[in-house]
Ligand binder design. Structure first.
Ligand SMILES: [Zn+2]
Length: 336
């Protein structure tokens, strides 16, 4: 029962997701909030804050609806939920990427009682796809005989990691990646990132504020420049230098995920440059991209992107990817 919200970007409003807002407001209006909801979608698109704001709207004394953008209400119920002190909103997060059975067992006693003061009690299980099989079973038992006046909201990235028996008991709502423009505005308005940098970051972030968070500070932005500089070198120097670049990436595993996004954006730029030069993301590296566009053919570039996406998938599953990274850079080196 803890809220380990340690995301770098502090989001306190729903960004984009108009269809989600519509569905949820209709549930409140028609008084048909189900026992369990499942919010799915990539990381960093506001599933967690939306769950909390929905709990606020369901219990708001002023009946303030959900909305995209800021939602203001100073009623007692909203304030308590906002500050995480409502006894009727229970938050469960993964600890070390796992939600164990104890976290589910801990709430049984509370669920046996009626809500303390809320019209509707909420159990918010963030990153529910990190539940162990035992935790899933314990939750399934609860969902089979749901407690009164209680709504469970599960958030998840990888639906394949959740048992079908749990998914089928939830009203499933899919969240869309954020628009580039929304991410750029968020970075400039709330974090003072320059428009130029925000524009580039938003395009590399693939619709996720988590990805944008990794790139937003100056150090990361300079790192992007350094990485692209190294990539450009691969296109002009002997093949073995590409292995040095693989080594360089492994010297800091924390930003490996970030690096893959940058490499992908650079490869895409080379593809796009041949068709619409004005639409490239890394426009501050235009001349290098122009050179690379004369060296690589489309088929090779496409196969490199597939390789990167395969590595990205393996990255979240914890499989050793050193060999895959080396192969990627050899491919980038050989294809020229
Ligand atoms: Zn309120």
């Amino acid at each position: 029962m803890k809220n380990s919200d340690n995301k770098e970007l502090q989001v306190d409003a729903i960004i984009d997701q108009e269809h989600v807002v519509d569905i949820l407001n209709r549930l409140i209006f028609n008084n048909t909030v189900p026992h369990a909801l499942l919010f799915s979608g990539i990381q960093g698109i506001g599933k967690r804050i939306c769950a909390k704001l929905f709990a606020m709207s369901c219990n708001c004394f002023n009946n303030i609806q959900l909305s995209s953008g800021d939602r203001f209400c100073e009623c007692k119920s909203c304030k308590k939920i906002k500050h995480g002190v409502s006894p009727d909103v229970i938050e469960i997060s993964a600890s070390n990427s796992v939600i164990k059975i104890d976290a589910i067992r801990d709430i049984l006693e509370i669920l046996a009682l009626k809500p303390f003061e809320a019209r509707l009690r909420f159990v918010l299980i963030y990153e529910a796809d990190n539940m162990t099989p035992q935790a899933c079973n314990a939750l399934l038992k609860i969902l089979e005989e749901p407690p009164e006046q209680t709504c469970f909201i599960l958030t998840a990235v990888n639906l394949s990691d959740l048992p079908a028996t749990i998914i089928s008991r939830c009203r499933h709502i899919r969240f869309a990646p954020l628009k580039d423009k929304s991410i750029a505005c968020f970075l400039t308005d709330k974090y003072g990132v320059s428009e130029n940098e925000a524009d580039i970051i938003s395009k590399i972030a693939e619709g996720s504020l988590d990805n944008a968070a990794m790139l937003k500070d100056k150090k990361s932005f300079d790192y992007r420049a350094r990485l692209i500089f190294e990539l450009e070198k691969i296109t002009l120097t002997p093949i073995f230098t590409s292995l040095f670049l693989a080594e360089f990436l492994f010297s800091d595993k924390k930003i490996l995920k970030d690096s893959l996004k940058i490499i992908k954006s650079w490869i895409r730029d080379i593809m796009i440059f041949q068709l619409e030069p004005d639409r490239i993301i890394n426009f501050d590296f235009k001349s290098g991209i122009e050179t690379a566009a004369t060296i690589y053919d489309k088929k090779s570039l496409y196969s490199i992107i597939i390789m990167i996406e395969t590595i990205e998938k393996k990255l979240s599953s914890g499989i050793n990817i050193r060999l895959a990274i080396e192969n990627l850079f050899l491919k980038i080196g050989i294809c020229r």
